[in-house]
Design a protein around this ligand. Structure first.
Ligand SMILES: O=C(O)Cc1cc(O)ccc1O
Ligand SMILES: [Fe+2]
Length: 454
């Protein structure tokens, strides 16, 4: 089922609404009526539940889906450590795997290698993260550069949810719930435990992934904004049931578990779900649908106002991981330094750029590149941006920030960084230089200086 390079993907139908309970059948009459697991399911299917939360999680946050499939997913040979594994995937962030550094870090975009062929699994590499997938608290930030479809192979991430941000090349993703086509400018969430395979209809592809352990993404509360605004639930799209039933000898099930890869074989595709119902589903979202709110008079608001999705911790208002965007918008604040302010944050900020230029960096932060400003590490606009902003005569005029889309993964947990990210040829070792040229503009009245120094 792998698509050749630049093949047109099929038209897909989606179900709309984040958090909805859906039903979907690829064959009419394949979904049991009135119960989840009848003695014999319609059309001779097997019933299988996929639980995304504990059975006893309160109803408002309980997530599960019932899958009606040709054979249950348990029908496979034993799991073995995958050989070769992917040495650059991390699920436990400690001194043995990663490094603590308060240094401002920035990376140039990685070239997508053409040889040897890398699929989504082998093209993934962890950049940083915190906590532990086994202890179900923490997150990992990965990037990927892939040039080969996952052929005869699916991935199941037992560790957490993946939020994937493609930056170059569309992703055609087949899941047990159906198929999604995700373009740069869209994001997709693949929930923990759902099997999926990534095809690359445009060939070489790259992007960013945040993975969260022990939590799921939800929409942020809107507070005084009211009932509408930011990302609207109806703009989140989930797939419709789709299955394949051909005999497929040697199909490989890859299982990411404790940050490590295992594999098992079976003689059929895992995408054999004819019907399903539930609320534990993959979904995609087109970031151009985001309805941004911002200041209409003065000052630069905090970036939390641009939160698309948040994964909460147990502390109210504190995120395990926020996904925040910096979309095209009007800037209208008066007498205001409009780019981001200089900043030290108890949260840690990983940023990526999907296209265009980021408002705080005139140079060096490029589409496909990344930066990391960890807990309390100072950062802010580079010298060029600062100088250009304060010298701009028309600074009070409305201006439209266009042709740009940056994002941030922001977390309460302090990330540790992978050695290969620190040693990467893409690392911009001169990043700190972008602030070194900031001059003192301090000009107190002469009398005040004299008074003080007398
Ligand atoms: O560091 C950054 O560029 C992200 C950011 C953007 C903004 O508009 C305000 C604060 C902030 O941390
Ligand atoms: Fe910041």
């Amino acid at each position: 089922m792998a698509m050749e390079e630049e093949q047109t993907p099929p038209e897909l139908r989606y179900l709309s609404g984040l958090g909805n309970t859906f039903t979907s059948e690829a064959v009419p009459g394949s979904l049991p009526v009135g119960q989840n697991n009848p003695l014999v399911c319609p059309l001779g299917l097997y019933a299988e539940q996929l639980s995304g939360t504990s059975f006893t999680t309160p109803r408002a946050r309980n997530l599960r889906t019932w899958l009606y499939r040709i054979k249950p997913s348990v029908t496979h040979e034993p799991f073995y450590p995958r050989n070769p594994t992917n040495e650059r995937l991390v699920g436990e962030f400690d001194r043995t795997t990663t490094v603590a550094t308060p240094t401002q870090l920035r990376w140039r975009p990685a070239d997508v290698p053409l040889h040897p062929g890398l699929d989504f699994i082998d093209g993934l590499y962890t950049v940083c993260g915190a906590g532990s997938s086994c202890l179900r608290h923490g997150y990992a930030i990965h990037m990927y550069a892939a040039n080969k479809p996952m052929d005869g192979c699916s991935l199941c991430n037992a560790d957490g949810d993946f939020l994937i941000v493609p930056q170059q090349g569309r992703l055609f993703i087949t899941t047990e719930c159906g198929r999604l086509l995700v373009s740069p400018g869209e994001i997709v969430v693949i929930p923990q435990g759902l099997r999926f395979a990534v095809d690359l209809p445009d060939g070489p592809s790259r992007g960013y992934v945040s993975e969260i352990f022990g939590a799921h993404f939800q929409l942020p509360d809107l507070g005084p904004i009211g009932a509408n605004g930011l990302a609207s639930p109806r703009d989140f799209l989930s797939p419709t049931a789709w299955f394949e039933q051909e005999h497929h000898p040697g199909y490989t099930i890859v299982h990411k578990y404790g940050g490590e890869l295992f594999s098992a074989t079976q003689d059929f595709s895992p995408f054999n779900v004819v019907a399903w119902h539930g609320n534990y589903v993959p979904y995609k979202y087109d970031l151009s649908k985001f309805c941004p709110f911002n200041t209409v008079l003065l000052d630069h608001g905090d970036p939390s106002v641009n939160t698309v999705l948040t994964a909460p911790t147990d502390k109210p208002g504190v995120a395990l991981l926020d996904f925040v965007i910096f979309p095209p918008r009007w800037l209208v604040a008066e007498n205001t330094f409009r780019p981001p302010y200089y900043h030290r944050n108890c949260m840690s900020e990983f940023m990526g750029l999907i296209y265009g230029m980021y408002e705080a960096k005139a140079d060096g932060f490029l589409p496909g590149g990344a930066s990391l400003h960890s807990c309390m590490t100072p950062h802010g606009p580079d010298t060029k941006t600062h100088e250009a902003t304060i010298s701009r005569a028309a600074a009070n005029e409305p201006s439209r920030l266009s042709g740009t889309l940056a994002f941030m993964f922001e977390s309460w947990l302090i990330p540790r960084v992978c050695p290969w990210a620190l040693d990467s040829p893409c690392r911009d070792l001169d990043y700190y230089q972008c602030w070194i040229g900031l001059k003192s503009h301090f000009s107190p009245p002469a009398a005040a200086v004299d008074d003080e120094n007398e």
